[in-house]
Design a binder for this molecule. Structure first.
Ligand SMILES: [Zn+2]
Length: 454
């Protein structure tokens, strides 16, 4: 179906560089941006669906670089996956990277590409390489196992090799070597006790979560080597390391990061608001995404926050200091020329995909960078990382028409990404009223699909 759409009178934020083109007409045809120009200078075809976009702001579709589905887990059926993907679209998220691969996600990737389902453009990292069994993984303890896992992942069609925790350094190096040989990139954690950031830098890995970075800030004469990255966050002992932090190391760390791999994905909101400043139960209940979770899961998370030893023993000031250091790292890496990516790490901890990406944009802004830098993280930088920026990721003639129409200017206030008039996915226009209806219909379906594991 060849649909032509015309956005008339719109302010375009093309994201090729920092600028706003006012009072434009944007014509979309066959899934692509066919024309952009000043109102009156661009002819609107007779058959075009007109979108009155006067005074509104058009940005590229948003990208979540770190997410998962509830249906990755056995507790939810695979049949809810298309609805989960629609929740993302309804929030303006038009491209996603799933960070722990499954065969089901590969199938969804091709169903999305062929137009069989209404879904974002999908990238899928491999099942994660880990040193200990954790589900949807390759447990790699030897060099051969590591090379084998990499080859199998590439053959299965995964887009990246994902590494998480407990992988011995030499085993990691074998995985990296094999990945380079067969042409697939390595992304993920840099377990501070096993791999370490320095080794990950050498491998030019794209690092998630600023994993291992807080350990780099330890004073040389600190009585411990460990700190709170990754799963080590849960041990209150590790929080003693905050008496030995050396901030003056940050500029050098930032330079080395950019020299290794300019792209970094701090998943800062997830860290800050799951472990730093904690929500009250009332705040969780008030979230618009709360109703997508079954009562049982809501109760489990309430319980987690009540009982967790780290949550209940580490003082708020220490956790605030951790957040502050993370924000200084983010700012320094950006200042050194780093390209930030926006990852929500949803849907754990009662933060749902789609909604979570907007939290991440806000959190990145709180690190002290510009709104343009944040918007680039949530749009074009991801496509630059994927190597597809010539086809998608900016509002320019010839690009794939993944667009979000906002009621306010996100370069003034990044929270404008939550104030949407509608979303265009691969050239098909949906008003936000329609999308909100989807969300209302889908919430009870997802919550009701949950089957408790035995
Ligand atoms: Zn994750």
């Amino acid at each position: 179906m060849a649909q032509t759409t015309a956005f008339v009178g719109v302010n375009v934020i093309p994201m090729d560089r920092e600028r706003v083109l006012t009072n434009q007409t944007v014509i979309v045809r066959d899934g692509k941006i066919a024309e952009i120009g000043e109102v009156g200078k661009v002819k609107v075809p007779k058959d075009a669906v007109m979108v009155d976009a006067k005074g509104k702001y058009l940005i590229p579709g948003l990208v979540d670089m770190h997410t998962h589905l509830l249906s990755d887990d056995d507790a939810y059926p695979d049949t809810i996956a298309p609805d989960e993907l629609r929740v993302m679209v309804a929030n303006g998220v038009t491209t996603v990277r799933f960070m722990i691969g499954t065969p089901e996600l590969l199938k969804l990737r091709s169903q999305s590409a062929s137009g069989e389902i209404v879904a974002p453009t999908i990238y899928v990292a491999s099942p994660h390489l880990t040193g200990r069994e954790q589900g949807n993984n390759f447990v790699v303890k030897s060099l051969d196992e590591a090379r084998d896992a990499v080859r199998k992942s590439k053959a299965a069609g995964y887009d990246f090799i994902k590494v998480t925790t407990f992988v011995p350094g030499l085993v990691y190096e074998a995985a990296v070597d094999e990945a380079a040989k067969i042409g697939i990139r390595v992304v993920g954690h840099a377990d501070s006790r096993f791999v370490g950031v320095e080794r990950a830098w050498k491998a030019k890995q794209q690092i998630e979560h600023l994993d291992g970075y807080i350990e780099l800030l330890l004073k040389t004469d600190a009585p411990m080597k460990g700190s709170v990255s990754d799963l080590y966050i849960y041990n209150p002992e590790n929080w003693k390391s905050f008496d030995y932090m050396d901030e003056s190391k940050i500029p050098d760390i930032a330079r080395k990061t950019v020299a290794s791999n300019r792209f970094f994905d701090p998943t800062h909101h997830f860290m800050k608001n799951s472990f730093g400043r904690l929500r009250t139960e009332d705040e969780m209940r008030a979230q618009p995404d709360f109703k997508f979770y079954p009562a049982k899961v809501q109760a489990q998370w309430f319980d987690f926050y009540k009982r967790n030893r780290f949550i209940n023993t580490v003082p708020l000031e220490k956790r605030a200091r951790w957040v502050e250091l993370r924000e200084k790292l983010i700012k320094a890496i950006v200042d050194a020329g780093g390209k930030m990516l926006a990852g929500s790490d949803t849907p754990e901890f009662l933060w749902l995909y789609g909604f979570g990406l907007h939290h991440e944009l806000k959190a990145l802004k709180e690190a002290g960078v510009s709104n343009y830098t944040v918007l680039a993280a949530g749009t074009r930088n991801a496509h630059e990382f994927f190597g597809t920026l010539d086809k998608i990721g900016t509002v320019q003639k010839g690009k794939q028409a993944d667009l979000v129409l906002l009621n306010a200017n996100p370069l003034d206030d990044i929270s404008a990404t939550k104030n949407r008039a509608g979303v265009m996915l691969k050239g098909t226009w949906y008003t936000q009223a329609e999308l909100d209806k989807w969300l209302d219909e889908i919430a009870p379906k997802i919550a009701g699909s949950y089957v408790e594991k035995h």
